[in-house]
Design a protein around this ligand. Sequence first.
Ligand SMILES: Nc1ncnc2c1ncn2[C@@H]1O[C@H](COP(=O)(O)OP(=O)(O)OP(=O)(O)O)[C@@H](O)[C@H]1O
Length: 277
Amino acid sequence: MVSIHNLGFGYSKKKPVFEGLNLELQTGNVYGLLGRNGAGKSSLLRNIAGLLTPTSGQCTVNGHTPHLRQPKFLQELFFLPEELHIPPISMKEFVSVYAVFYPNFSQNQLNEYLKEFEVDSTARLTELSLGQKKKALISFALATNTPLLIMDEPTNGLDIPSKSQFRKIIASSITNERVILISTHQVRDLESLIDPIIIMDNREVLLNAGTDVIAEKLSFKTVQQVTNHEKVLYSEHSIRGFGIVIPNEDESYTKVDLELLFNAALEKPQVIKQLFN
Ligand SMILES: Nc1ncnc2c1ncn2[C@@H]1O[C@H](COP(=O)(O)OP(=O)(O)OP(=O)(O)O)[C@@H](O)[C@H]1O
């Protein structure tokens, strides 16, 4: 559904944000996009949403070129940015203005999500708290039923119960016709939801793989002593000992620890690229 080949982008010619970036996104998945601050996650999302124009390469979404912003493409995409710009109107008025742009918008689904998130649909959106605003717009975004839904840091500002409601709602709304792409720093909050995992660093995509493939290739363990140093891709001290990432050589599958995976990818980018490409 999303196909990116050799994509280059920069805010100035001298300083590219990414170069030669390749990425394929298939329907039926909730992708988690990870990367350190400034890695280019928001810029990539905005390129896919057609809000920024690539300097080289191609990006297509369901056959559309995003930056041309053709009406048919805009109907198929909902982009929820990290910083929300909300008009001083109620959700009912918001629906009457914006729902017409989305042919598969469902009022019933919107009501269901707002109820699940316990958001007052009669209040002016600008008078809601940050978390409530986010939940109102996440509900609207999901109710548009667009084939591509992009959310930049959606769980920022959500309290603990809302994060679990978010996971539940997203998990129930993914279909075989849809791609949900979520950029996040809050890997612990979304660990059970996002799969495949995309890691961006140093102007490129280091990894784009499902957790089944990751577990096939890497083991995540807690050990008391780090031995066999040459095999250990990454280790970090914790209260329980050392969390380590090593190549999976004995076909025993461990649960993927996203934080360890992320740190391992940043510490040994070439090894991770070789393992997965
Ligand atoms: N409007 C802009 N004008 C110029 N440079 C920008 C602009 N927005 C972002 N950048 C630069 O582009 C690079 C990538 O930024 P981007 O916001 O895409 O990263 P990110 O991975 O989303 O970061 P974060 O995790 O901090 O949100 C950074 O070096 C940033 O300084």
